[in-house]
Ligand binder design. Sequence first.
Ligand code: ZN
Length: 317
Amino acid sequence: MAKQCIGIDVGGTTAKIGLLSSEGVILDKWEIPTRREENGAHILPDIAASVREYLDRHGIGTEDILGAGIGVPGPVTPDGNVAVCVNLGWKQETNPEKELSRLLNGMYVKAGNDANVAALGEMWQGGGKGHKSIMLFTLGTGVGGGVVVNESVVAGFRGMGGEIGHILVNFDEPDSCNCGNHGCLEQYASATGIVRVARQMLEASDEPSVLRKGDAAFSCKAVLDAAKAGDVLALSAVRTSMRYLALAMHYISHITDPEIFVIGGGVSKAGQFLLDIIEEYYETFTVMGKGRAKVGLATLGNDAGMYGAARLVLDRE
Ligand SMILES: [Zn+2]
């Protein structure tokens, strides 16, 4: 029997669990609720119980499993420690690698930050397939990211590697970011950031725009759709936001020189239209790297973390 691995992506509301072949094919997947009560004390035991029950039910022995990878929504140090994880209710240091391994009768377990793990998943089977060094940007409510160099996640000393949403891109921003700083990438290139930029432009001019007519609380999708339809103000907002994203990409190019930038998250549903804008600015900024890095779309959606978590296991020495 070919070896298989387990990929787990723990979120604040559910944990996605998948059984994958070592070639990266999802053989089965399911979800269980994330119980955050009692400081998240049930989360790892619940996952272990679900995995054990699944393997028993399907007659799969632990010797057929290479290991389990787990992505968690917080910084993870290289030795698998999570100092605190607000999203899971973990208030004290937890080591999901050791704890889950113990709960799974000694199975090999490797943990990583969820965004970093998603990047690894996109490199393996998604928008970065065929490449070894990629950078994933997840443009959702916030901006997440992950850097993969030579098929390994760059998690850094404290697990802060890839926290690209809070890279400073504008010295002159008066508004503060959720992190307390001013001028973070997330303030422009996230879904909320794009809406914020559009709103400021509407207030600063009398330029006609479809965004003035509809719902005052317009969505990011409304801005992107209007921009696509040729609305001058909306297009200007999207271009401003993506210019900041391209600036961050430019910095990354000069640090890890990825083969491809993969753009995911809800904002990326705007597709090629968005990529064209990003690419245009990126090429303008990156004089030394002109034409080197490609820009593509993420393809795995919410399964990226599960793929990447399973992929973590394959690096076992
Ligand atoms: Zn910030």
